[in-house]
Design a protein around this ligand. Structure first.
Ligand code: NAD
Length: 496
């Protein structure tokens, strides 16, 4: 079954129009066929989007939260009604398997529904007074927000930014990656139907250094929510600092997974395979550094390598596919370069390490799931995010040692632990520097659990009830209840 791609126009300030920027060529990396070539946004489109957003936000921000929530529920319903097309477009955009993109579309609908509910059930606070007044703490929208997103899970990233931003009463401008620009445009078609004020939601596929940069620098953009690579995030944080603008940064990772000698081995193997090889490793939370207790290292690695060789590499549309092609030939070349560097540092490639051979794979950006050991935690493959299906494995011999080695890394996004000893799991979970820790599972997600990173993995948290407040300014209001002039002024003068 095939579906129509978006028209090739971009959605600016409530209107579909031809972008004023450079051509964007979107390709289905599974076979190299073109999805669409269209004109991307230019800085002038970004300026128009901000102007339109500022106007639309005034009407939207004045609505009561329950009224805004109604629109978001409509968006969630419309995403579900169009789920097959959205999943198909995202599959063509990213080359992820249809099975995965279908799940991502469902989660995006859930995100809109969740933040609609959070907005309409959010209570403001009456704080404890120290005088004859009521003191209230209230939250207000920030204004125009920009959401800058990467290519790996566009519908999920878009929803995680647009849903709380809109629920909080802001306008939002999304800037998707040029490698996966179509899903966000398809989402714009849906949002347009939901009857939000024109201009409240714009989508500007275009160059990061031009369009993305313009949005971050724009004086009327009040917040940027960025998901992407750490080096880009650091640049944007500098611009935000010059404006004193809040910015949230969801960045890269090099997440450790730890298998203790008492682990349930079947559980650990399934979780590790899913944690690092699903989405072909193109996931910020990929569990890409594996530490296995020395006592079970040899046997465990034999079983893990056997299971990895059995993973089904295949076309994204095949429901049996576990490992789909990579998003782009450049990304595959970058991953191959990391494997080569690991070899040069003495690493032993236990499986994979190359593109699979055979006619099925000839036209796609496939790469075999790869496990490398005999590398140190200081090797490039253990320090840098590979963003591909590559796992580096190392033995360890004690809890304190493995905690120190897990933490000896610039990133701090996620961690997986495999043990039957729950007090040990608790101790280790509290000792690792990581925004999320999974125990005897991996990559499970709930929209109600806050998500974000430590260190070079970012700043701020998305999701959860607090996720709404990340898009709001807090204000204190004091209301006098005494009816009497302030005694300091001594007015009216006593005795007159
Ligand atoms: P990237 O940093 O290259 O690009 C991300 C977005 O930023 C794109 O839209 C890009 O066009 C834009 N951009 C690039 N330069 C810019 C600039 N100077 N000014 C403004 N915008 C700019 O990242 P990518 O390669 O698209 O995505 C992969 C990265 O995303 C990985 O590092 C991955 O870990 C990270 N990621 C993090 C999370 C998370 O939640 N922590 C989730 C998914 C992906």
């Amino acid at each position: 079954m095939t579906y129509d791609m978006p028209s090739g126009e971009i959605f600016v300030a409530g209107e579909w129009r031809r972008g004023q920027g450079r051509d964007i060529r979107s390709v289905f990396a599974a076979d190299g066929t073109e999805n669409l070539t269209f004109k991307g946004a230019a800085q002038s489109d970004a300026d128009d989007a901000v102007d339109g957003a500022a106007t639309a936000q005034k009407a939207w921000g004045a609505l009561k939260p329950f009224e805004r929530a109604r629109h978001l529920y409509r968006i969630a319903d419309a995403i579900e009604a169009d789920a097959s097309r959205l999943a198909y477009i995202q599959m063509r955009d990213t080359s992820k398997s249809l099975r995965e993109t279908t799940a991502l579309v469902r989660s995006a609908a859930g995100t809109f529904r969740y933040f609609a509910a959070v907005a309409e059930t959010h209570d403001e606070q009456l704080t404890s007074a120290r005088g004859e007044y009521l003191s209230l703490s209230v939250h207000e929208p920030l204004g125009v927000v920009a959401g800058i997103t990467p290519w790996n899970s566009p519908i999920a990233s878009d929803a995680q930014k647009a849903a709380p931003a809109l629920a909080a009463g802001n306008a939002i401008i999304l800037k998707p990656s040029s490698w996966a620009p179509l899903t966000s445009l398809a989402l714009a078609e849906i949002v347009e139907q939901a009857g939000l004020p024109a201009g409240l939601f714009s989508v500007l596929p275009g160059s990061g250094s031009e369009v993305g940069n313009r949005l971050v620098e724009h004086p009327d953009v009040a917040k940027v929510s960025f998901t992407g690579g750490t080096s880009t995030g650091l640049k944007l944080a500098e611009i935000a600092a010059r404006k004193l603008m809040p910015i949230s940064l969801e960045l890269g990772g090099k997440s450790p997974t730890i298998v203790f000698e008492d682990a349930d081995i079947d559980l650990a193997i399934a979780g590790i395979l899913f944690g690092v090889f699903s989405s072909t490793g193109q996931s910020c939370i990929a569990g890409s550094r594996l530490f296995v207790a020395q006592a079970i290292y040899g046997e465990f690695m034999d079983r893990l390598v056997t299971a990895t060789r059995q993973l089904r590499i295949g076309h994204p549309e095949d429901p049996r596919t576990q490992v789909a092609p990579m998003v782009h030939a450049d990304q595959r070349a970058s991953v191959a370069g990391f494997v080569e560097a690991a070899r040069e540092e003495g690493g032993r490639v236990l499986c994979g390490g190359r593109a699979p051979e055979g006619p099925h794979y000839a036209d796609g950006t496939y790469f075999e799931p790869t496990i490398i050991d005999e590398v140190s935690n200081d090797a490039l493959i253990c320090r840098e995010e590979v963003f591909g299906p590559v796992l580096a494995a190392m033995p360890f011999s004690g809890d304190d040692e493995v905690i120190a080695r897990a933490n000896d890394n610039a990133y701090g996004l996620a961690c997986g632990l495999w043990t039957r000893d729950l007090p040990r799991a608790w101790r280790v979970a509290r000792s690792v520097t990581s925004g999320t820790v999974w125990v005897n599972t991996y990559k499970q997600f709930s929209i109600s659990a806050p998500f974000g990173g430590e260190g070079m993995s970012g700043m701020g948290r998305e999701k959860g009830r607090q996720g709404l407040l990340a898009y709001m300014a807090q204000k204190s209001v004091y209301l006098d209840t005494s009816g009497a002039p302030h005694p300091w002024a001594d007015w009216p003068p006593a005795g007159e």
